[in-house]
Each structure stands twice: as structure tokens, then as C-alpha cells.
Write a protein that binds this ligand. Structure first.
Ligand SMILES: [Zn+2]
Length: 163
């Protein structure tokens, strides 16, 4: 899923957990759970295969924006107090984005640890279906992610006290 979806769900969970380390862990776990749901990703194999094409450079800019807004939107709109509250929501977001960030690390700095973690990350995507069903349907896929965000905010009302 896109980074904003991961980030918001992680942030929502942190509202219920209210413990920075626990929220970080919950963020990481939520990433894998969400990725198991068939979804749309704008990062695809073509991007991985040819990182320096015009298309890939555009996608890279998208990733940066997705990451920045993934952090800023929940931090700005959700309620949190003081340094503890900030750490709680920020680490949840960081954890929720981590598996995708590790994929980036592997792309630019290949190493055994991220290779292993990325393998698990990739397998999760194919848990319920053999191929990425929604890749050809970006609009539908992204609408589903908006739904995931809304559901997360409804199901875990601890954080629906939006600023
Ligand atoms: Zn992912």
C-alpha cells in the first residue's frame, strides 16, 4: 500500500497503545497486515528494474512526497501531547513505513539483512492471491486505501479526536 495509508493506520494504532516502543512495533506489524490485503502500489517491478528511467524518477518523487505527507498529515491532524505523545505517534508512523523504507535501502545499499526482510515483505503481498490483483486498477485500488484509512479511524476511536 502507499505510505500515507500505512502511516495513518500506524498513527491510529498508536492512539490506542500510547507507548512509543509498542506503537513502533504495532506500526511494523500493521504494515505487513495491510500489505496482505490485495492492493494497488505505484511502485512496481518496472521501477525496480530500471531506476533511472524518466518514469522511475517521477515515481521516486512520488515516494518522497508520499513519505513526507505520511508523516505530516497524522502529526498535524491527530491529537497528541508533549514529547511522549510526539514520540508515540512518530515512532508508530516510522514503524508503519519501515518495511517499505528497507526496500529502498536494499535498492541502493544491497545487504543480507534487508534482502531477508524484503523477502518476507514480498511474500506477504502474495498471501491471499498469486498476483497483485489491483495493479491495473489504480483508481479502485487507491479508493480502497482511502476506505482502509477511514475504517481504521472508525474502528479505533481513541484517535478520532482529530485536532
Ligand atoms: Zn509494503
Amino acid at each position: 500500500m502507499i505510505l500515507i495509508t500505512h502511516a495513518v493506520v500506524g498513527a491510529v494504532l498508536s492512539g490506542a497503545i500510547n507507548n512509543p516502543a509498542g506503537s513502533f512495533l504495532a506500526g511494523v506489524v500493521s504494515h505487513y497486515v495491510l500489505d496482505a490485503i490485495p492492493h494497488y502500489d505505484y511502485v512496481d517491478q518496472r521501477f525496480v528494474d530500471d531506476r533511472f528511467s524518466k518514469r522511475s524518477k517521477l515515481i521516486f518523487k512520488f515516494i518522497i512526497l508520499d513519505g513526507i505527507f505520511g508523516v505530516l498529515l497524522p502529526v498535524y491532524f491527530f491529537q497528541w501531547n508533549g514529547l511522549y505523545g510526539f514520540l508515540n505517534i512518530f515512532l508508530a508512523i516510522a514503524g508503519a513505513m519501515l518495511p517499505d523504507a528497507l526496500q529502498g535501502v536494499q535498492l541502493y545499499f544491497p545487504n543480507k539483512l534487508t534482502l531477508f526482510l524484503n523477502k518476507i515483505h514480498k511474500q506477504v503481498h502474495y498471501l491471499f492471491s498469486e498476483r497483485l490483483l489491483l495493479q491495473e486498477f489504480p483508481f479502485f485500488g487507491l479508493s480502497l486505501q482511502v476506505l482502509v484509512i477511514m475504517l481504521a479511524m472508525l474502528v479505533i476511536p481513541a484517535y478520532v479526536g482529530i485536532k
